[in-house]
Ligand binder design. Structure first.
Ligand code: HEM
Length: 437
C-alpha cells in the first residue's frame, strides 16, 4: 500500500474515513460511510484527526439548501478539506489560506463580476460553434483507440488527453504546451497519489516516473502554482498584445467595474478553467465507460437508441461525481434538521453522497442510462454551480456518440483503480479489451 499522505491519521472511525484518500479510492467503502451518515446523522459534526472540525452534509436537499444560501455560507474562508498542518503551512508561506483566488474561493459581489467575464463563452449557444472542433478531437481519440490493437488503458489513452485538448482549445493554449498543462492539472488534484504524480512526471519528462514522495504530498503545490503563474502570466501578456477569439483573450483583457482585472484573479481564472475543466470530465468519462462495461445491457440500450446519449451522460456524471466535496463557512447561526450550525463553522458538502440519496433517487446504486428525472448535483448548486457544465456535457456526449456505435465488444482486461484523493478524483487506470468497427 502507498504511504499514508496524512501521517498520524488512522482509518478507524467514521470521521477519519470521511477524509481518508485511501477510503475514497474504494468507492464501496466510502459509500458505506455516506450511507450511514445519511441514515443516522445527516448533519454530522466531524472531527477527523489532523483536520479542523466541520459539519458533514450528506443529504441531497441539504447540499442544495446550503449551496443556495450563499449570503449565509461564504466560499472565501475554507474551500476544501485539507489537513490543518497544510492550511497552516499555506498561511505561513503565502499570507493567505488559499494558493489561488479562483471563482470558487470568492464571494459575491466580486465573484459575480469575475464570473460574468466568461459566462457568455460557456453558454450552450456559444459552445455550439465549438462542437465541430470538439467532435474532431473526439474522433481522433476514438481512432487512436481503434489503432491500439484491441487492448489499452482507457484512462491513459483517451480519458486523460481528450478533455485536456478540448479545454486547451477553448482557452487558446497551443498544442505544444500540452505536457506542461497535463502536469499542472494532474498534480494539482492528484498530489496525494504517488501513482498520479509519477504518471504525470513520466509522461512530461519521458523519464521513469519515479520520485520521492516524502511528507504529506508528493508535490510541492507552492512551486507548482509558481509555474502555473509564470506560464499564464506570459499568455496574458501575449493576449493583451495579440487578441484572438479565445477565452485567454477574454480573461487577459477583462475589466471589473471599469478597472483592469487584478493579475492574481486573472491567473487564478486560468488555473480553475484548466484544472476544473480537465480532471472532472476525464473522470466522468472513464467512470461512465466502466459502468457501460459492467452493465452490458445499458451499453446495448445506447447502441439501439442513440438519442438516450444525453440522459446517459447525466447518469455517468451522477454515478462518478468527480468533485467529491466543496466547503463553505457559516456567517450566521443556521438551523438544519434540528442542529445549529454556528457562525464560523466549516460545512462540507459531500456531492457524491447527495447523488446516492435514497430520498431523491430511485434505486440510487443502479446505473441507468434512462434515469429520468435525474436531479444529480455533481455540478454543485447555487451561484457557484459549475461554470463549465454545458461544456462537460457536450464533450462527453460527443465522445460517446463517436465511440459507442463503433464498439462491437468491450470487457475489462484487468482491475480498475481509483485516485487517492478526497477532493477531485476518479479512475486512474481502466484496462480494457475491445473489438471496434
Ligand atoms: C465549479 C463540478 C467540469 C469549470 C464546479 C463545482 C463543481 C463542479 C461541484 C463547484 C460548485 C459549487 O461550489 O457549488 C464539475 C463536474 C464537471 C465539471 C462534475 C465535469 C463532469 C468543468 C469544466 C469546466 C469547469 C469542463 C471549464 C471549462 C468550473 C468553474 C467553476 C466550477 C470555473 C467555479 C464556478 C464558480 O465558483 O462560480 N464544478 N465541473 N468545470 N467548475 Fe466545474
Amino acid at each position: 500500500m502507498a504511504d499514508n499522505p496524512f501521517p498520524g491519521f488512522s482509518t478507524d472511525g467514521i470521521d477519519n474515513r470521511l477524509v481518508n484518500p485511501d477510503v475514497m479510492a474504494q468507492p464501496d467503502d466510502i459509500h458505506d460511510v455516506y450511507r450511514r451518515l445519511r441514515a443516522e446523522d445527516p448533519v454530522h459534526w466531524a472531527e477527523p484527526t489532523g483536520f479542523r472540525p466541520f459539519w458533514a452534509i450528506t443529504k441531497h436537499d441539504d447540499i442544495k439548501a446550503i449551496g443556495k444560501a450563499n449570503e449565509t455560507f461564504t466560499n472565501s474562508q475554507r474551500t476544501y478539506l485539507a489537513p490543518a498542518e497544510n492550511e497552516e503551512h499555506m498561511l505561513q508561506m503565502t499570507g493567505d489560506t488559499h494558493l489561488f483566488r479562483t471563482l470558487v474561493d470568492l464571494d459575491d459581489p466580486l465573484h459575480r463580476h469575475i464570473r460574468a467575464v466568461t459566462n457568455e463563452w460557456f453558454k450552450p449557444g456559444s459552445l455550439k460553434k465549438t462542437e465541430d472542433s470538439i467532435r474532431e478531437i473526439a474522433r481522433d481519440h476514438v481512432e487512436r483507440m481503434a489503432s491500439l490493437g484491441g487492448e489499452c488503458d482507457f484512462v491513459n489513452e483517451v480519458a486523460l488527453f481528450y478533455p485536456l485538448r478540448v479545454v486547451m482549445k477553448i482557452l487558446g493554449i497551443p498544442p505544444e504546451d500540452e505536457l506542461m498543462m497535463l502536469q499542472m492539472t494532474q498534480e494539482t488534484f492528484g498530489a496525494a497519489d504517488p501513482d498520479v504524480v509519477a504518471r504525470s512526471q513520466r509522461i512530461t519528462s519521458g523519464g521513469t516516473g519515479t520520485m520521492a514522495t516524502s511528507g504529506e504530498q508528493a508535490v510541492d503545490l507552492i512551486a507548482l502554482a509558481q509555474s502555473f503563474f509564470e506560464y499564464f502570466g506570459k499568455v496574458i501578456a501575449d493576449r493583451k498584445q495579440n487578441p484572438r477569439d479565445d477565452v485567454a483573450t477574454v480573461i487577459a483583457n477583462a475589466e471589473i467595474e471599469g478597472e483592469p482585472m487584478d493579475l492574481h484573479h486573472q491567473l487564478s481564472y486560468f488555473v480553475i478553467v484548466a484544472t476544473a475543466g480537465h480532471d472532472t470530465t476525464s473522470s466522468s468519462t472513464s467512470g461512465g465507460l466502466l459502468q457501460l462495461i459492467r452493465n452490458p445491457e445499458q451499453l446495448q440500450k445506447l447502441k439501439d437508441e442513440p438519442k438516450l446519449m444525453m440522459q446517459a451522460v447525466e447518469e455517468m456524471i451522477r454515478w462518478e461525481t468527480p468533485v467529491k466535496h466543496f466547503m463553505r463557512t457559516c456567517q450566521e447561526d443556521f438551523e438544519l434538521r434540528g442542529r445549529t450550525i454556528r457562525k464560523g463553522d466549516g460545512v462540507c458538502l459531500f456531492y457524491w453522497s447527495g447523488n446516492r440519496d435514497e430520498d431523491v433517487f430511485e434505486d440510487p446504486y443502479r446505473f441507468d442510462v434512462e434515469r429520468r428525472p435525474n436531479q444529480q448535483i455533481a455540478f454543485g448548486f447555487g451561484v457557484h454551480q459549475c461554470l463549465g457544465l454545458h461544456l462537460a456535457r457536450l464533450e462527453m456526449r460527443v465522445l460517446f456518440e463517436e465511440l459507442v456505435p463503433r464498439l462491437k465488444h468491450i470487457e475489462l482486461a484487468g482491475d480498475p483503480a481509483w485516485t487517492r484523493s478526497n477532493f477531485v478524483s476518479g479512475l486512474k487506470r481502466l484496462p480494457i479489451r475491445y473489438e471496434m468497427s
